[in-house]
Ligand binder design. Structure first.
Ligand code: ADP
Ligand code: MG
Length: 624
């Protein structure tokens, strides 16, 4: 079975790109390589612990991570007695990157000048390859736990595009990584320096990390434990400092930035568990990639079970990072069982509430931080109303909007604030959806509202129309789209000149002429009470699909029925007054069609036949 041979492989192209980027852009953060290697070693021991639940014989030594320095050879060695790797594992793990979307992400980084470092380390996670920031050459000696022979694998590379693999003799299970440090990286040959880095990044690793030191008195080498090796989350809240929480977060997520806030809870009773949830400052690079998993790190009775368990939080909270350590789940739980487990469901409910409360608290206690959270994750949270009806009110309370009175595109108004600013007699929460902030802000639909000093929420994120389908009311106030027909607006118009005029013979005549011209192009034609500066407008019927919704469907490739609008005319407008007087029926017809197209353009942002619109306009210009 064991054929001794050396083979050369080429790195996957994403790996080559990553290596290149890293070596050329991470020099000010090079020490993180040690954090990455220790974190891998600790993961490997966690995996072994997990495997040994079903195969206890695998776990035959006290788990530990050992670091040794050889000054004369200029090497730094990190050794673990974890799960190890087979030949196949090593090719998959150290020759490729499995995360989908990596290529696009790396490409986007290359075009940037600044912040490459933060994005690469903080959001992507640089992993094992970061060893090449400080090394000319890296050797990995490994043997898979459970392999009873003395046959191990050696992986060797100088990080330039290729790596070699050959069979070696290795007695112990686990992985040993040898870094041949670059000429200028002498500092990593100093014991104090290594201790410092471990203290900084890896204090919370549950496995002991030891460093080899020389005992002058007895003239021997011995191992000294550097870290505390206690799971942070098991400690009492009052015994954990802010700094410790932050460092644990960084260790857990590989993020460079501090978390915005966190929530740590020991829960007793039926389902005993500990949770520690963090809100990051920056979104992970793949937050929009549905294929990549987002979720909590799961422990059962302190034993690591799996990363990225998505079962404990809804999708719209996928930016939350952290751990859940359950006492009630079985140790041998699999992803499949997890998905159909009532304990999981209960935990999910509890953690969702906890997360929403943590956000609520943040929004109340630190306005500035909440704003920066909203900027980063608001779009994700906006998926909430559709996904989680049970917590609709809590979520709605966390949403932030811009509005006509806000005078900036920054979304910072809460629904509570909106309601407290409502004018007398106002009962509904008014909003408009559009493709952009500018187009929402300048919509003719707003004219009446501006005149009456009624604030209107301006919604222009792609998801907004979708979200508004699920937001029916908030604290007893109904949401109302102002581009839809709404008879309740009449109460804001004190004198109702429209009705009087509508009955005048002249007006009836005019409206009939317009109806005749437009035929079934519109649903109905009537006079408006909402406009001041615009001659006419189109409205959607209150129970019909809105313009923005139709756009969403069309963009998703679905067919939508043709929208028919209510066409409203502003008799007080100069242009309408002029058109009323036109006796030539051909020219009158051209004007009316032009007006409808204008209104449609304002409503939809485009026209089915822009050419016809332009040539009609030009024709009428010439007549003038
Ligand atoms: P990540 O840890 O995010 O998966 P890395 O680049 O750090 O990415 O590591 C890649 C993979 O290599 C790991 O997922 C693991 O499968 C394997 N690996 C790395 N170091 C070790 C180790 N010390 N023992 C066993 N497997 C390891
Ligand atoms: Mg790693």
């Amino acid at each position: 079975m064991n054929i001794i041979k050396k083979e050369t492989y080429s790195f996957q192209s994403e790996v080559k790109e990553l290596l290149h980027l890293m070596i050329h852009s991470l020099y000010s953060n090079k020490e993180i390589f040690l954090r990455e290697l220790i974190s891998n070693a600790s993961d490997a021991i966690d995996k072994l612990r997990f495997e040994s639940i079903s195969s206890p014989e695998l776990f035959n030594e006290t788990p530990k991570i050992q670091i040794s320095i050889n000054k004369s050879q200029r090497t730094l060695i990190i050794n673990d007695n974890g799960i190890g790797m087979t030949r196949k594992d090593i090719i998959e793990n150290l020759g490729t990157i499995a995360k989908s979307g990596t290529k696009t992400f790396l490409k986007s980084l290359k075009s940037k000048k600044n912040n490459i470092e933060n994005e690469l380390i903080g959001q992507f996670g640089v992993g094992f390859y970061s060893s090449f920031i400080v090394s000319d050459k890296v050797l990995v000696r490994t043997k898979f736990a459970g392999n009873k022979s003395n046959d191990g694998i050696l992986w060797e590379s100088s990080g330039e595009g290729e790596y070699n693999i050959e069979n070696i003799t290795k007695k112990t299970q686990g992985t040993e990584i040898t870094l041949f440090l670059k000429q200028e990286e002498d500092e990593f040959l100093e014991t104090w320096k290594i201790k410092n880095i471990v203290n900084k990044y890896s204090d919370h690793i549950t496995v002991p990390v030891e460093i080899q030191i020389y005992d002058e008195k007895n003239k021997t080498y011995l191992w000294e434990q550097i870290n505390k090796a206690q799971a942070l989350w098991t400690k009492n809240k009052s015994a954990i400092s802010k700094k410790e929480y932050q460092e644990f977060y960084k260790y857990l997520t590989h993020d460079q930035n501090n978390p915005i806030t966190w929530s740590h809870n020991h829960v007793e009773g039926n389902h005993e568990y500990i949770s520690l949830l963090y809100i990051p400052e920056k979104a992970a690079w793949d937050i929009w990639n549905r294929e990549n998993k987002h979720g909590l790190k799961l422990y059962v009775k302190r034993v690591y079970i799996m990363d990225n368990s998505q079962e404990f939080l809804p999708n719209y909270l996928r930016f939350i990072r952290g751990i859940i350590d359950s006492n009630s789940l079985p140790l041998n739980i699999s992803r499949e069982i997890l998905q159909n487990n009532s304990i999981t469901q209960n935990l999910k409910k509890a953690l969702t509430k906890r997360s929403l409360k943590m956000l609520d608290k943040l929004s109340k206690n630190d306005h500035e931080k909440y704003q920066s959270f909203w900027k980063e994750f608001g779009l994700v949270l906006k998926e909430g109303p559709a996904e989680d009806n049970e917590n609709l009110n809590l979520i709605a309370n966390l949403l932030r909007f811009t509005s006509t009175k806000n005078n900036s595109s920054e979304q910072k108004i809460s629904l509570k604030q909106y309601i407290s600013n409502m004018i007398e007699k106002q009962e509904k929460i008014y909003y408009i959806t559009a493709d952009s902030y500018i187009s929402a802000k300048n919509s003719p639909h707003l004219e009446l509202f501006n005149k009456k000093n009624i604030d209107v929420l301006l919604l222009s994120d792609r998801i907004d129309e979708w979200m508004m389908n699920y937001l029916v009311e908030f604290e007893g106030r109904k949401f109302q789209s102002i581009s839809k027909e709404d008879t309740s607006l009449n109460k804001f118009i004190k004198d109702k000149p429209i009705e009087k005029e509508e009955t005048s013979k002249e007006t009836v005549n005019f409206l009939n002429k317009v109806k005749k011209v437009l035929g079934d192009k519109v649903k109905s034609v009537r006079l408006t009470n909402r406009l001041t500066d615009t001659p006419c407008i189109v409205l959607s019927d209150s129970n019909e699909m809105s313009t923005q919704m139709a756009k969403l469907f069309t963009a998703a490739g679905q067919s939508v029925p043709e929208l028919k609008y209510i066409f409203e005319i502003n008799l007080k407008h100069e242009l309408i007054k002029k058109i009323c007087k036109i006796s030539d029926s051909k020219i009158f017809e051209e004007w009316i069609k032009l007006l409808l197209d204008q209104s449609l353009l304002a409503e939809k942002g485009n026209l089915d036949n822009p050419h016809e619109f332009i040539s009609r306009m030009n024709k009428l210009f010439i007549k003038l």
